[in-house]
Design a protein around this ligand. Sequence first.
Ligand SMILES: [Zn+2]
Length: 77
Amino acid sequence: MAPDIAIGRVSRMDAINNRSVVEAALRKAEEKLTNLKKVYSNIGSSDFGICMKCKNEIPIGRILIRPESLFCINCAR
Ligand SMILES: [Zn+2]
């Protein structure tokens, strides 16, 4: 009986840990989606591909790799 309880406790802790991992991933995904929608709404406007902080152009390579980027590499740090 005791080992079963111990296993139950361990797996419950695992579930709690997994939950926080999943929640962190969800927050990241939501942030990425929000940024992507913003970038998408900028397509065709003069704000597209422009860093929101320093107003310099974001290199096309960065846009292709991370299309959700709102900042240039320097400002994203
Ligand atoms: Zn910048």
